[in-house]
Design a protein around this ligand. Structure first.
Ligand code: BES
Ligand code: MN
Ligand code: ZN
Length: 498
């Protein structure tokens, strides 16, 4: 994890990151140097010669005169102000391109504290690497920036320092989510997931910070009737778990939310075995669990005035002679019976149990589940936009506004009531799959059956955005992205301000 600082001092002898924009359609460019005055004339003609255009995700390096290296990161079209997400992505692209250097100062056009915070966040989020499982090739990979300094004339204010601290916390827990996702299933089982999180809770201060952790093992899950989690996990030699992390603020909590995340440490499809092509990406099927577990700890570290209960039902979905068969009937926590027509629709089974358990807390103001739930999500919205489904449009509009602030792309999806009948089963209360068309919505309707009518609920399907199988871009690396964490923290922060 890199160190994040803010300064208004003189920059010399080091790496300086500046913005570059395009001013017209004929290749015109302009430098956006933030609060640093630089003589742009000769530099601009050099940049033109090098073919720099200022478009997003373009990073151009030039040797500097006062500084060792000048790094120009694209901001797109020149404008009086740049969106927070534009700044975040530009800082992130530069940060990624600077792997191998130890320190850099970022001077981008950030005029106010929120913009400074966006630069800090993007730069920190871009400085990520995952090398735990490299042996002889470890040194072939350039290490990310160790020190990131955001340059701003606002540096001396207490608020500026606080926003940099916040950015560092966001980055630290986004790294945790990414690390968990990137960790291979050989090394991340339901049990080891809970142990890793227990260690993180401890290092975040544990009970002193208002954090409590509780873990159910397979015996407890069985005797207490968690038929969904058991049914999904019973085919695996790595038994299932339920992880609960709660955060209670020191003062009176203004709101209380439950977060529930899908935690399938590997999804083979079970006896409905997935084809080999692409199955490897299913190590990311615990992204929801990672996001909610990291979010609650981040919220505790930020000392926000909101109580959070995070729940992560964890299981490995494997085919074996003990696996749930298509047509088996299981009894979920709370008593609903489910005919498992397709063991590959397992996320909704573990989530159903955890959603019911989470609602035993009667003072909830809302409940949010986060899941890599359906391939249909990726078909509908692509790999960069997640879906939001709800029983409460006010809650969902509020969430979408916060997502906009955090720079995470979410889009509302309906829960058409006429699709619900397709989940009827001839033998049980419900089947786990229904109408194939609109599969993302059918999955949402299945989960809705486990939510009390009056409780505001959001279902976030992050199947595409959780795991980047393409090239790195902006502050997003290849592999686990950490999506949903920032908006969950933003929600707590919004409520905390009252
Ligand atoms: N984990 C998958 C969904 C998924 C697909 C996540 C692609 C990320 C990328 C989920 O458990 C699943 O297998 N869903 C099935 C449901 C179907 C059997 C009703 C799907 O979407 O195909
Ligand atoms: Mn599946
Ligand atoms: Zn799955």
């Amino acid at each position: 994890m890199s160190t994040l600082k803010i300064s208004d001092g003189v920059v010399k002898d080091e790496v300086l990151v500046l913005g570059l924009t395009s001013t017209n359609s004929k290749g015109g460019i302009a430098i956006e140097a933030g609060d640093i005055a630089i003589d742009t004339k000769t530099i601009l003609s050099l940049l033109v010669d090098m073919g720099a255009t200022g478009k997003a995700d373009e990073v151009t390096k030039l040797p500097g005169s006062h500084v060792r290296l000048m790094v120009f990161t694209g901001l797109g079209k020149k404008s009086a102000t740049y969106s927070h997400e534009t700044l975040r992505r530009a800082a992130g692209s530069a940060s990624r391109a600077l792997a191998g250097n130890s320190a850099a100062t970022f001077s981008l056009p950030a005029k106010n504290l929120a913009e400074v915070a966006a630069v800090a966040e993007g730069a920190a989020l871009g400085a990520y690497s995952f090398t735990e499982f490299r042996g002889s090739t470890k040194d072939d990979h350039k290490a990310p920036l160790k020190t990131i300094t955001v340059h701003s004339k606002l540096a001396s204010s207490a608020e500026a320092k606080a926003s940099v601290v916040r950015a560092a916390i966001i980055a630290k827990y986004t790294y945790l989510v990414r690390d968990l996702i990137n960790t291979p299933p050989s090394h991340l089982t339901p049990d080891s997931f809970t142990k890793k999180l227990a260690a993180v809770v401890k290092s975040a201060g544990g009970a002193k910070s208002g954090l409590k952790i509780q873990i159910w093992d397979e015996k407890q899950l069985k005797t207490q009737g968690f038929g969904g989690i058991i049914g999904v996990g019973q085919g695996s030699a790595n038994p299932p778990r339920l992880l609960h992390i709660s955060y209670t603020p020191k003062g009176k909590a203004v709101k209380r939310y439950a977060f529930v995340g899908k935690g399938i440490t590997f999804d083979t499809g079970g006896l409905a075995l997935k084809p080999a092509l692409g199955m490897e990406a299913m190590k990311s099927d615990m992204s929801g669990a990672a996001a909610v577990s990291a979010a609650v700890i981040a919220i505790a570290e930020l000392k926000l005035n909101v109580a959070i209960e995070s729940w992560a039902p964890l299981a490995e979905n494997m085919p074996s002679d003990t696996a749930t068969r298509p047509s088996d009937v299981i009894t979920m926590y709370g008593g609903k019976t489910i005919e498992v027509l397709n063991p590959d629709a397992e996320g909704r089974l573990v989530l159903g149990d955890a959603l019911v358990k989470a609602q035993e807390e009667k003072d909830l103001d809302g409940i949010i589940d986060v899941a890599t739930l359906t391939g249909a999500q990726v078909v509908a919205l692509g790999t960069r936009t997640s879906a939001v489904m709800t029983n409460n449009n006010d809650f969902s509009s509020h969430f979408l506004k916060l997502a906009e602030i955090s720079g995470e792309s979410f889009w509302p999806m309906p829960l058409p009531i006429e699709l619900r009948a397709s989940l009827d089963s001839p033998v049980a209360d419900m089947a786990n799959v229904g109408e194939r068309m609109g599969n993302m919505l059918v999955a949402g309707l299945f989960l809705k059956e486990f939510i009390a009518n009056e409780l505001p609920w959001l279902h976030l399907d992050i199947a595409g955005p959780a795991y980047n199988e393409g090239a790195a871009h902006g502050y997003t690396p290849v592999g686990g992205t950490g999506v949903a964490l920032r908006t969950l923290v933003e929600l707590a922060q919004f409520e905390s301000k009252g």
